[in-house]
Design a protein around this ligand. Structure first.
Ligand SMILES: Nc1ncnc2c1ncn2[C@@H]1O[C@H](COP(=O)(O)OP(=O)(O)O)[C@@H](O)[C@H]1O
Ligand SMILES: [Mg+2]
Length: 346
């Protein structure tokens, strides 16, 4: 299915009142409580190394957005700054004597993202999940729901847990003991689904995932990508995920893509337009090749950086700034967001 940002900005198929009605009828409270647009401007993260007396710019003036009803994937080489960007966006970076973050992160254009607010509207699924190995799948969700939803009755909690199990297609394994990450009783992709389900019980509007498909084979990784797309499309959630080596099939499911190279944003836009961006710069790719493999090869930088690496980064950054940056800012401005929302009511 072709998805254009234009359609999604004013998505006819996501009718909030209808969706809420449907959700209530089937007993699901999963429609995003509040559609969330996340935007960031000139996000810079610097770390000073007192031994070497050098400063590393982990993120360099990154500007961008993630929209409700869309998946936004962050890609880049290992060490490019993907996790740092995800952590910065979710106010998780520990700021110490030697590190500094500047820039602005806003929820729906007006409210600053901070950890207190994060707990109310968002969830973060880490690369290495922590699930109690002696719990069954259902008990893991119940444990999380009881902790997080202390205002709900036990009856409501059980309903939310069962609905979440059904949404993620893991009801069949509800009574299976999860097991440790080394000796898992359930498939790896199911374990990832459980990690996601544990976070979904609070019905977050905004979901961050750090490499949710790492360690999964391509069929399992595809299942996770399909789930993320469904959470965005069917429940109007805002999905932001870093990802490593997606298959062509998984890549086809991505809506927006942000490429990070050495801490810089070097592409941002619809994933299906990324190849065109690189070919217009003169890079040539074999037809029928995996687009993700192609641009990952282009963005390869050696450390310590040599002259050719500096030149490549400069080319990628300046091309992005000259051809796409303005469009990203105008697209961001066109995202429909509720204007009368009161964050304190959440
Ligand atoms: N708190 C920190 N202190 C020092 N270096 C850091 C810190 N956080 C990130 N880095 C460095 O920034 C770079 C990007 O890291 P990261 O965001 O983990 O990359 P990725 O997720 O793309 O692999 C790495 O070189 C990493 O060592
Ligand atoms: Mg990482």
């Amino acid at each position: 299915m072709e998805v254009d940002l234009k359609e999604r900005i004013n998505p006819s198929e996501v009718n909030h009142s209808n969706m809420t009605e449907v959700a209530q009828t089937i007993g699901m409270g999963q429609q995003a409580k509040l559609p969330v647009k996340l935007s960031w401007t000139d996000l810079t993260f610097e770390v000073y190394n007192p031994k070497l007396k050098t400063t590393k710019t982990v993120l360099n003036k990154c500007t961008g957005f993630a929209a409700p009803g869309l998946t936004t994937y962050i890609m880049g080489a290992s060490g490019a700054g993907k996790t740092s960007l995800l952590n910065a966006l979710s106010d998780r970076v520990k700021i110490g004597k030697h590190s500094k973050i500047t820039g602005e992160i806003l929820i729906n254009q007006t409210v600053k993202m901070e950890s207190r607010l994060f707990g109310k509207i968002a969830s973060y699924i880490m690369q290495d999940d922590y699930i109690f190995e002696y719990f069954t799948v259902r008990e893991s969700l119940l444990f999380s729901a009881r902790l997080k939803l202390c205002k709900n009755s036990e009856e409501e909690i059980e309903r939310i847990v069962d609905d979440t199990l059904a949404t993620l297609n893991i009801s069949k394994i509800a009574n299976t003991i999860v097991g440790s990450s080394e000796k898992c009783n359930i498939a790896k992709s199911q374990r990832k689904m459980v990690a996601i389900a544990i976070e979904l019980v609070t019905n977050p509007s905004l979901i961050f995932l750090d490499e949710p498909t790492s360690g999964l084979d391509s069929t399992m990784a595809l299942q996770v990508s399909k789930l993320l797309r469904r959470l965005a499309y069917d429940y109007n959630k805002t999905i932001v995920a870093t990802i490593h080596q997606p298959s062509s099939e998984a890549f086809e499911l991505f809506d927006r893509l942000i490429l990070i190279c050495d801490g810089n944003t070097v592409y941002q836009g619809m994933a299906k337009r990324v190849t065109q961006h690189f070919t217009s710069m003169g890079f040539q790719f074999k037809s029928f090749s995996n687009p993700a493999d192609n641009f990952m090869r282009v963005m390869h930088v050696n450390y310590p950086k040599e002259e050719k690496d500096f030149k490549l980064i400069e080319l990628l950054v300046s091309t992005y700034e000259n051809t796409l940056k303005e469009k990203v800012e105008s697209d961001s401005g066109r995202i429909e967001i509720p204007t009368d929302f009161d964050i304190t009511e959440l």
